[in-house]
Design a protein around this ligand. Structure first.
Ligand code: SME
Length: 312
């Protein structure tokens, strides 16, 4: 099995053996050694310099990196490999190159000698106090790379969802439809990989009826129980996470751009009353954090959903 995640921190930390005035010179040496990766990064970002970087910072970073990797070494590639088919790892068209550089971008894609190289800047992650989440951050970089993004910064989902939870608790919920619409807008705007957000609620014909949504209009405005991912989630009363919709046979396509979907049913007195549906243009972006967050939203909506569609 080839090395999907290459750890080059040790080679890069050679720099610490030299006086700071030499660092840019050592960078030049690294450029030759890892040609053409670092040159191509500079083609994209402009010339980089270590001038503003403190030895103390680099020292602490390298030390912490060692500690984190002791615990996380196996974990960094684990989740990516678990999704090997979804990320088409057999194509061997990319590698993750973990190193550091003096700029505040967590990862950037450049063409290497053979394959694409996701240069993962662990120092930038450390600067944000997120190095302990390197496994999550590397996974996220792959999700975004496969989507076609060429650089990006890590967003911590726990923090993102915690912030949104507070915002949702503060939304005005006097009118349930306005509340639902506001939630759709907030999620669509704030979660990078939520590309369609909507609520389907059971109507008096026992169909899941599109109620509020943000994103491209869909032809699926009334969905029978059991049909599509939405219908199945309602039928089985469980959350459906489809990380790659091309592998799902019982699926109603809204747009060819959609690559994955999560549907979370909402309950009142144990009965399904509707569901929240999220489409994403990214492959395999969801995990238990999405489920937990969306279940919280489901509860908030269900608490005030009394003017249901059955009564018009
Ligand atoms: N894909 C869904 C249909 C609804 S749209 O995603 C908005 C399904 O398979 O049920």
């Amino acid at each position: 099995m080839r090395n999907l995640v290459e750890n080059h921190i040790e080679e890069f930390s050679e720099i610490l053996k030299y006086d700071k005035s030499e660092w840019d010179k050592i960078w030049k040496r690294l450029k030759k050694r890892f040609s053409p990766i670092l040159d191509r990064i500079e083609e994209k970002l402009g010339r980089v310099s270590f001038e503003k970087i403190e030895r103390r910072a680099l020292d602490s970073f390298v030390q912490e990196f060692g500690n984190v990797m002791k615990a996380k070494k196996e974990k960094v590639a684990e989740k990516i490999r678990k999704n090997s088919d979804k990320f088409k790892l057999s194509a061997e068209d990319f590698v993750i190159f973990v190193a550091f550089a003096p700029f505040n971008i967590d990862w950037i894609v450049v063409k290497g000698k053979k394959e694409n190289v996701i240069f993962f800047n662990a120092f930038s992650l450390w600067n944000k106090n997120e190095l302990k989440n390197i496994d999550d951050a590397v996974y996220q970089a792959v999700v975004h790379f496969r989507h076609g993004d060429s650089e990006g910064n890590y967003y911590n989902k726990e923090k993102l969802f915690d912030g949104l939870t507070i915002q949702i608790k503060n939304l005005n919920n006097n009118d349930v439809r306005v509340f639902m619409k506001d939630i759709c807008k907030l999620l669509f705007e704030k979660v990078p990989y939520y590309d369609w957000v909507g609520f389907y609620m059971l109507n008096n014909e026992n169909l899941l009826e599109l109620t509020e949504f943000v994103g491209e209009p869909t032809e699926h405005v009334k969905i029978p129980i059991g049909k599509g991912i939405c219908g199945q989630a309602a039928e089985r009363k469980i959350t459906f996470v489809v990380q790659d919709v091309t592998r799902e046979t019982n699926y109603l396509s809204c747009s060819p751009k959609v690559k994955s979907e999560i549907v979370v049913p909402m309950f009142k007195n144990g009965e399904v009353i509707g569901e929240i549906d999220i489409d994403s243009h990214y492959i395999a972006p969801f995990d238990e954090r999405d489920t937990k967050f969306l279940e919280f939203i489901g509860n908030e909506v269900s608490k005030i959903w009394s003017v249901n569609l059955k009564e018009g």
